[in-house]
Design a binder for this molecule. Structure first.
Ligand code: ADP
Ligand code: TPW
Ligand code: MG
Length: 578
């Protein structure tokens, strides 16, 4: 008997009833969903209230996109689908960007949206917030389902969970029409209709022949490299991955969100010798990393001479193989299983990679680190990105269990290179799309899911996409410290309108004081102008655990167009005559 069933007294029969609201909540709880991120309204206001009353943590946001981003990163951090709950049409659409982004990044997430009545929507008769949400969601996520009968809620939730986390994880849309919530059914039958998803993300063991092929290739390598991607971070096979790297002696290169799987200060890290490692390697193991634009599609100048590379790719998604270049040794399986299979083969007879290769990476890395060091130590005012990041590098080194959220252009690219990470899944950022707006959603979920202190390092533009959630951070009293790298704009703060009429297209109000936004909601606001002040303010904020926003004044001339990826900007070749 569900604890939430109603007792309705009738003259002769006494029947325990349940309804759609309670069945959704029971189904989520049965499957271990502990938190819902969302924005209330028709038809899901009561669902949120009742879920809270039933012990699910319900975090209400100011905009669905941020709730959706929170759910997505909760999925990445926990390997359980993060749940986002929205109202129909506009709320659903606001959540959809996050759902699509989750799918692109292989984060498991379920967007649950209330919707209008099918009969009216399908005849296009103009219902309140009318929209064929299921059809719109379908091409943007991994799977999409609709439940029309209370008795099918258990199956609907189960299908959504399994679709989100099995195989390559991704976003799932679950459409719940308003009428469903008040449908009643017998409580015992309702309870029986619920489905507990057994082994939602089953192990996928690689074939022995595929392992043999990969090991043979690796054994013949003169300049092997392991590239760790966010799939490796997601897999939570941290010890096995570390053992593989250390026992094999192969240098490793972490992609952005795989930083910290092994510490960036690890002797085998090739992080500070990225170009050399990619260009000069001969056999590359891709561990949960796709050969997309972030790895120059596996070809071109980045990868050295054409034909100089052979790839071993470890991925749970078979279709990923050969997506950009030939994969000499595809290893389809889950990363834990594949890495363990490889580890068994790194035995006493294993030869460490040739020392000239290891040495060439090490010396390049040391040279690059030495070149960077003085830039990080300058106590300049106004600050540039390097001197400000030098302070934050120290803050994280002193708090290796803190979670770093990072978005912006220069603020992102330079922080990624400068701030060392020490533990897995501590760096959360713009991911595969380079999307702005993940900042506050990720920060909220990181704090809620882990209870650890969170440091969000935000470009002033990037912050603007989700900035209103500082109220959410204050309302839930989350241990989040936000640092705005305020350079008065996107990339730089100096653009002007050639006609003199308006501000330039990439600049913001000069001298803006983002710290005052935090004060408006009872949080702590600080304005800093030097790296020393920044270090002190961030350290104090993180130790206090109080919601804090630090406005860090950065030289508006310090940044470069599009940060590290300026070369992706199309250039006009036309000079218009006046
Ligand atoms: P990055 O951006 O860090 O390079 P990507 O998002 O491009 O990483 O790649 C992540 C890859 O990891 C995806 O191709 C995804 O299918 C894969 N993946 C996710 N989880 C697992 C897992 N548990 N086992 C194996 N592969 C996984
Ligand atoms: C959803 C395009 C990429 S980076 C960026 C924008 C608008 C902001 C850069 O300025 P910021 O950083 O944050 O102040 P900095 O340090 O260089 O000054 N809309 C979305 N996603 C992206 N990526 C953009 C626009 C963009
Ligand atoms: Mg900026």
């Amino acid at each position: 008997m569900s604890a939430v069933a109603q007792r309705i007294e009738a003259p002769e029969v006494e029947q325990e009833l349940t309804d759609g609201f309670h069945l959704v909540i029971d189904a989520l709880k049965l499957n271990g969903i502990e938190t819902i991120y969302g924005v209330p309204g028709i038809p899901i206001t009561d669902l949120g209230r009742m879920a809270q009353a039933e012990g699910i943590r319900v975090i209400s946001f100011r905009h669905e996109q941020n709730a959706g981003n929170a759910a997505a990163i909760a999925g990445f951090l926990t390997k359980k689908p993060g749940v986002c709950l929205t109202v129909s049409a506009p709320g659903f659409l606001n959540g959809l960007t996050a759902l699509a982004n989750a799918t692109t990044n292989c984060f498991p997430m379920i967007l649950i949206s209330g919707s209008s009545e099918r009969e009216i929507v399908d005849l296009q008769q103009g219902d309140y917030e009318e929209m064929d949400q299921l059809a719109i969601a379908k091409p943007l996520c991994k799977a999409a389902f609709r439940v029309l009968h209370a008795a099918d809620i258990g199956i609907g939730v189960a299908r959504a969970i399994r679709a989100a986390v099995s195989g390559r994880p991704g976003g799932v849309y679950l459409d719940l029409p308003a009428k469903l919530f008040s449908q009643v059914m017998d409580a015992a039958a309702g309870e029986k209709s619920l489905v507990k998803v057994i082994d939602p993300a089953p192990e996928q063991i690689p074939s022995p022949a595929a392992v043999d092929r990969a090991v043979a290739l690796l054994k013949g390598a003169k300049r092997p490299l392991i590239v760790l991607g966010k799939g490796a971070a997601y897999a939570q096979a941290d010890d096995a991955i570390r053992a593989l790297v250390e026992k094999s002696g192969i240098p490793f290169l972490p992609m952005s969100m795989a930083k910290g799987l092994l510490p960036d200060t690890h002797p085998q890290s090739a992080g500070a010798a990225r170009s050399t490692a990619l260009k000069d390697s001969d056999v590359v193991v891709l561990l949960g990393a796709r050969l997309n634009w972030l790895l120059s599609h596996g070809k071109g100048k980045t990868w050295g001479e054409p034909g100089s590379k052979q790839f071993i790719q470890v991925d749970i998604e078979p279709k990923e193989m050969d997506s950009n270049v030939e994969i000499a040794a595809p290893l389809v399986g889950d990363i834990g299983s594949v890495v363990n299979a490889l580890l068994e083969r790194i035995d006493a007879g294993w030869q460490a990679p040739p020392s000239d290769w290891v040495e060439s990476i090490r010396s390049k890395k040391e040279a690059n680190i030495a070149k960077m060091a003085p830039k990080l130590l300058k106590n300049s005012s106004p600050m540039d990105f390097h001197s400000a990041l030098g302070s934050l590098k120290k803050v994280i080194a002193e708090r290796p269990d803190a979670i770093l959220v990072n978005e912006g252009a220069n603020t992102l690219d330079l922080a990624r290179g400068i701030i060392d990470m020490y533990q897995p899944r501590k760096r959360l950022d713009v991911g595969t799309w380079g999307v702005m707006g993940i900042g506050m959603g990720f920060a909220v979920a990181a704090a809620v899911e882990t209870g650890k202190p969170v440091l969000a390092v935000e470009g002033d533009s990037a912050f603007g996409f989700s900035g209103m959630e500082v109220e959410t951070i204050c309302r839930y009293e989350l241990p989040v410290t936000i640092v705005i790298f305020n350079n008065n704009g996107i990339y730089r703060g100096l653009d002007t309108d050639p006609t003199g009429r308006d501000p330039g297209t990439t600049v913001f109000v000069k001298g803006a004081r983002y710290d005052k936004m935090m004060e408006a909601f009872g949080g702590v606001g600080v304005n800093v102008t030097t790296p020393d002040e920044l270090y002190k303010a961030v350290s104090a904020a993180m130790d206090s655990g109080k919601p804090t926003l630090i406005n860090a004044e950065i030289d508006p001339a310090a940044g470069s167009e599009s940060g590290n990826i300026g070369s992706l900007n199309p250039q006009s070749v036309v000079v218009r005559k006046k």
